[in-house]
Design a protein around this ligand. Structure first.
Ligand code: KIV
Length: 267
């Protein structure tokens, strides 16, 4: 399969053509390569790596250096997908200068083309400055995991009329500030559909129904790597935790019974 390299322009064209955009997270070279060769349009080096890779309860602990480490590995595996890197908690909230400095560090060190950050109207000045500096920014609204201590839970967001209005205003503000796309996480499907229609930039949903311009999933969820994680919006395309466990048990039995390695597997 020959795939053309995805750009902001081609993603924008996909929205205009009504062609759904696929996006997945990746945190390492091998998985990024598999995702890329499968033709996924966008890859997110998500700060969800704090949860699924580092084993933290929240996305807050992951550092800029750790995001750089994982993004460098991902970039080596990617040929065609458009890569977006999450700016970690604390790297863009202090002030605009810090945000620009950290975004530049992230892009220079990794060669990734774009960053993602969380927040609505309060982030407009920061996003404007980043975009003015030539840095493509993806917004993230709805459930914003970096604000978990303020939100109090990972419940669905923007269910009340006032919160719905605020979210629409936030989305419009992000588009106006120059975001090339936004993620909408865990909000009612009808609201995500309305916002997708309202904005000219691509709107990528996660737990936001089928009316968005595209969908994003955490790769570990798609592969079913964590048997205990079963939110309603996750579709497990594999039960890889079971397959891995079975393979490891077979290996252990073979080692214990001295069936591995065989003569053919020896020098
Ligand atoms: O970090 C992440 O994986 C994300 C997705 C949930 C959109 O931000």
């Amino acid at each position: 399969m020959s795939l053309s390299k995805k750009t902001i322009k081609s993603l924008f064209q996909m929205k205009q053509d009504g062609q759904p955009i696929s996006m997945l997270t990746a945190y390492d070279y091998t998985i990024a390569g598999i995702i890329d060769r499968a033709g996924i349009d966008m890859i997110l080096v998500g700060d969800s790596l704090s949860n699924v890779f580092q084993g933290n309860d929240t996305t807050l602990p992951v550092s800029l250096e750790e995001m750089i480490y994982h993004t460098k590995a991902v970039m080596k595996g990617v040929k065609q997908a458009f890569v977006v890197v999450d700016m970690p908690f604390g790297s863009y909230q202090v002030n605009e200068t810090e945000a620009i400095k950290n975004a530049i560090t992230l892009l220079k060190a990794t060669n990734a083309p774009a960053v993602k950050l969380e927040g609505g109207q309060t982030m407009v000045n920061t996003i404007t400055k980043l975009v003015q500096s030539g840095i493509p920014v993806m917004g993230h609204l709805g459930l914003t995991p970096q604000s978990i201590h303020q939100l109090g839970s990972y419940e669905v967001q923007a269910t009340l009329p006032s919160a719905r209005e605020t979210l629409i205003a936030d989305a419009q503000a992000l588009e106006k500030a120059g975001c090339f796309a936004i993620v909408l996480e865990k909000i009612p499907a009808d609201l995500a559909t309305s916002i997708s229609k309202l904005l000219t930039i691509p709107v990528i949903g996660i737990g936001a129904g089928n009316g968005c311009d595209g969908q994003v999933m955490v790769i570990n969820d798609l592969l079913g790597l964590d048997a205990s994680f079963k939110p309603k919006f996750v579709r497990k395309y594999l039960n890889l935790n079971v397959a891995i466990s079975e393979a490891i048990q077979l290996y252990k039995a073979d080692v214990t019974n001295k069936h591995f390695p065989s003569a053919e597997e020896s020098y």
